[in-house]
Design a protein around this ligand. Structure first.
Ligand code: DC
Length: 229
């Protein structure tokens, strides 16, 4: 008898579209596992830097990525543990995203992280958040979402989040960082940022996080017959 793999729902798109919020909300609601693949790239970039590994030392970088012990929790705003240590604050910094985007352009590193990402697929199911979840990592996902929003809207959202957290940032520099990261993520040779052909595209510019959640829950209910609301 063919072995049936647990179902996966993928949530892809550029940063600042509310992917993370949606993915975490769905994982909690469904009590499914959660993969924050961007965090894996962020942790690799930060951990490698701390270990004195340059981003051009591809073999060492891949060995580091294969060996690191990472765990995600859907409790407490999605905490992230590296070798048992809570590192989520550092991982979520803007500069960590920019570093992640650099190492994420290396095909060898993407290959080194591929199986590790697939290992998150455990019963009863997985919500996978990233850039290439629906195209490369889980092409057989039961349902694929691709969230979009204009760069201006995403910069605004990020600005509000950071200001609320007491972080002093400029809207203009956030916008140019977002544009630079979009450009690098969409033009790289391997697994560039793009929607899967069978993805449901959700333009979030005029939607609240709650509206995006409701819309996704409805589609999940229709497609999989499970209640996410
Ligand atoms: O989703 P995020 O902002 O945490 O991702 C940080 C960077 O990691 C992003 O700019 C590109 C890279 N990334 C990737 O290449 N593939 C993924 N599946 C997730 C993230």
């Amino acid at each position: 008898m063919a072995h049936t793999l647990p179902p996966v729902i993928t949530i892809d798109g550029p940063s600042g579209t509310g992917k993370g919020t949606l993915a975490l909300g769905l994982a909690r609601q469904l009590r499914w596992h959660f993969l924050d693949s961007g965090a894996l790239y962020r942790i690799t970039a930060l951990g490698a830097q701390a270990a004195g590994i340059g981003y051009d030392e591809v073999a060492r970088l891949c060995a580091f990525a294969s060996g690191m012990e990472v765990a995600f929790s859907t409790v407490f705003e999605g905490s992230i543990l590296l070798d048992g240590k809570e590192i989520s604050d550092q991982v979520r910094l803007e500069e960590s995203g920019a570093k992640a985007s650099q190492v994420a352009a290396l095909p060898e590193l993407r290959a080194a992280l591929l199986q590790r990402q697939r290992d998150f697929r455990q019963p009863p199911g997985l919500i996978a958040d990233g850039r290439d979840m629906g195209t490369v990592v889980f092409p057989d996902a039961a349902l694929k979402f691709y969230l979009t929003a204009s760069a201006e809207e995403r910069a605004q959202r990020r600005y509000k989040q950071l200001i609320n957290k007491g972080v002093d940032v400029s809207l203009r520099s956030l916008l140019s960082d977002i544009q630079a990261r979009d450009e690098r993520d969409s033009t790289r040779a391997v697994a560039p940022l793009r929607p899967a052909e069978d993805a449901i595209i959700v333009a979030t510019d005029d939607l609240t996080a709650e509206q995006v959640f409701e819309l996704a829950s409805r589609r999940i209910g229709e497609a999989l017959g499970i209640n996410a609301v």
